[in-house]
Design a protein around this ligand. Structure first.
Ligand SMILES: Cc1cc2nc3c(=O)[nH]c(=O)nc-3n(C[C@H](O)[C@H](O)[C@H](O)COP(=O)(O)OP(=O)(O)OC[C@H]3O[C@@H](n4cnc5c(N)ncnc54)[C@H](O)[C@@H]3O)c2cc1C
Ligand SMILES: NC(=O)c1ccc[n+]([C@@H]2O[C@H](COP(=O)([O-])OP(=O)(O)OC[C@H]3O[C@@H](n4cnc5c(N)ncnc54)[C@H](O)[C@@H]3O)[C@@H](O)[C@H]2O)c1
Length: 485
């Protein structure tokens, strides 16, 4: 195991990781497993946005909403859940999962893998060099023998609208750490954050109005957004597609916010949340000192090495490379890059071919994603439209879930739809989308088929248990064959 080396004023490690979110933690772990010394720099909480203001708290808060909705879809069970959701207990559950925003457990984990944690703001200061500035202004210089891995994540983007500062809008931060339920909440933005936050806050008592410029969750198949919009409307939310917020007013800081809308109307709410996309946290990390533009996404190769930086030492992982802003995808990149850093440090050859040990091929072909709405929306790989634009000859298979008895037994009148996108030249699956209660747990089967390029001829032999929701596979494959005859 390599050890850090001290010279006056400088500590040298094999690898310096900037940002201790899930992605930074994973690359640190992999580099340590390769026998390298590792410094991890974190300016806020070890665990990152994901652990404290994104994936974990949002799913902890959403689960009670979805559990109640699921029970209400089953005759007999419905009658047992007539009460209101206990929000105090929902917030207490969330607080447990975010360990009351105390990161000491995760900091201990960093120590347990043998990495050194530096608390403070990290900035690159020329090739292979990082300065860490603590809150008290003290600073420290670190240098890296082999790699600096940037995993600093992303921040929410707020549109430049009149009155937006005065309105003090929520972002994903208050959307996940608030312990009060606003009576009326406007959510602006129909991507993943917007639909999940609308589902959550409507589910625990707010009257939610959701504004989306176009369709909801537009990166999935169009039917996904339509079914999620229908679910939100049935839950009592007001979904306004094609209506834009053009200005905000909050004259009394403790009073309501009035939104001006481009349809000529106005809306008064108690809080407004913006879920209008993300920007990379690269504005103040010293990118200019190595010839890159501050505030830009990092353009990386398949091993996550940043292009346009000489010497092959700077890596960009997770949200900062803008490949797929998802924890699981960033962790995959971190495992891959960590292994590549280890191999390069040892002078071993890399396997960068598609699906090789040091290639992040799944980022292009098999990204799975679940939106924990009601119904859930889950997809992997290409949509029909993306496959066509990529030049594949495809066949699209569409089916309502109630074809499968397992789905109906799971939820009476199971509301859901599935689509397969098949490459007819290679007889493999390019993409799959499932929308319905509980489909999050169905998605991995499709991910295996897409990443494994399993021929559909062979998939026929992967039998789903009776009576499970997964039986939809049987019907989808039968429909594919039948229509092909
Ligand atoms: C509301 C919401 C819900 C989401 N739900 C899901 C989900 O269910 N599933 C999913 O896969 N994805 C989800 N995502 C996306 C997911 O949160 C991100 O993809 C993930 O957090 C990216 O991980 P990361 O490690 O790259 O960045 P982060 O988690 O943001 O961690 C980056 C870390 O770097 C630190 N840092 C930044 N700059 C510096 C610096 N200069 N010096 C030192 N430290 C620094 C930060 O303090 C932070 O701790 C969600 C996002 C949001 C907003
Ligand atoms: N369960 C999950 O996996 C999950 C959950 C939430 C977020 N995420 C990920 O986190 C990332 C960030 O999500 P997000 O929803 O913040 O961003 P996003 O980019 O996915 O969606 C933002 C949406 O806001 C719209 N928008 C932008 N400006 C607007 C404006 N002025 N008015 C109205 N609408 C506007 C955009 O058209 C877009 O549809 C995404 O990559 C998402 O996939 C994942």
């Amino acid at each position: 195991m390599s050890e850090p080396q001290q010279t006056p004023g400088i500590t040298t490690y094999d690898v310096i990781v900037l940002g201790a979110g899930p992605v930074g933690q994973n690359v640190a772990d992999r580099a340590r497993a390769a026998g390298l010394s590792v410094a991890v720099v974190e300016r806020e909480l070890v665990g990152g946005e994901c652990s404290y203001w994104a994936c974990v708290p949002s799913k902890a808060l959403l689960r009670p909403v979805i559990a109640v909705a699921d029970a209400r879809r089953v005759d007999g069970a419905r009658e047992a859940v007539s009460g209101r959701i206990d929000t105090d207990r929902v917030f207490a559950r969330r607080n447990r999962y975010v360990t009351d925003w105390d990161d000491s457990g995760q900091a201990l984990w960093v120590k347990s893998i043998g990495a050194d944690l530096f608390r403070g703001h990290g900035r690159i200061d020329g090739p292979r060099r990082v300065t860490v500035t603590r809150d008290d202004g003290a600073s420290q210089t670190l240098t890296a023998r082999h790699a600096v891995a940037v995993a600093t994540g992303s921040d929410p983007v707020l549109p430049d609208l009149p009155g937006i500062t005065e309105a003090r809008p929520w972002t994903n931060r208050h959307g996940t750490d608030s312990s009060t339920v606003p009576g009326r909440l406007a959510v602006v933005g129909g991507g993943g954050v917007g639909v999940e936050m609308a589902t959550l806050w409507q589910g625990i008592g707010s009257r939610v109005t959701l504004f989306a410029r176009r369709s909801l969750i537009p990166r999935m198949e169009p039917f996904a957004g339509e079914l999620v919009a229908q679910g939100l409307t049935e839950a009592g939310a007001d979904v306004r597609i094609g209506v834009r917020v053009t200005a905000l007013r909050r004259p009394d800081p403790n009073g309501p916010v009035t939104l001006t809308l481009d349809d000529g109307g106005e809306l008064e709410v108690d809080e407004v949340m913006f879920a209008t996309g993300r920007t990379p946290r690269t504005g103040d990390i010293g990118l200019d000192t190595v010839g890159l533009t501050p505030g830009s996404w990092l353009d990386v190769d398949t091993t996550c090495l940043v292009k346009d930086v000489e010497g092959g030492w700077l890596y960009g992982l997770g949200d900062v490379n803008h490949r797929a802003l998802l924890t699981h995808q960033g962790k995959y990149q971190a495992r891959t890059a960590g292994d590549a850093i280890g191999a390069r440090a040892a002078g071993r050859p890399l396997d960068e071919h598609a699906w090789g040990d040091h290639a992040t091929t799944a980022d292009q072909h098999a990204v799975p994603q679940v939106f924990f709405t009601d119904p859930e929306a889950a997809s992997v790989g290409l949509t029909a439209d993306q496959a066509e634009r990529a030049g594949h000859r495809t066949k699209i298979v569409d089916l309502d879930f109630n074809a499968a008895q397992g789905a109906n037994l799971h939820a009476d009148h199971y509301p859901g739809h599935a689509r397969l996108v098949v490459d007819i030249d290679r007889d493999i699956l390019l993409g799959a989308t499932f929308v319905g209660p509980g489909v999050s747990e169905l998605l991995h089967s499709a991910t295996v088929a897409v990443a494994g390029e399993v021929p559909l001829k062979r998939l026929r032999h992967a039998i789903a248990c009776f009576p499970t929701v997964s039986e939809i596979w049987l019907f989808l494959l039968a429909a594919y064959r039948r229509d092909g005859d």
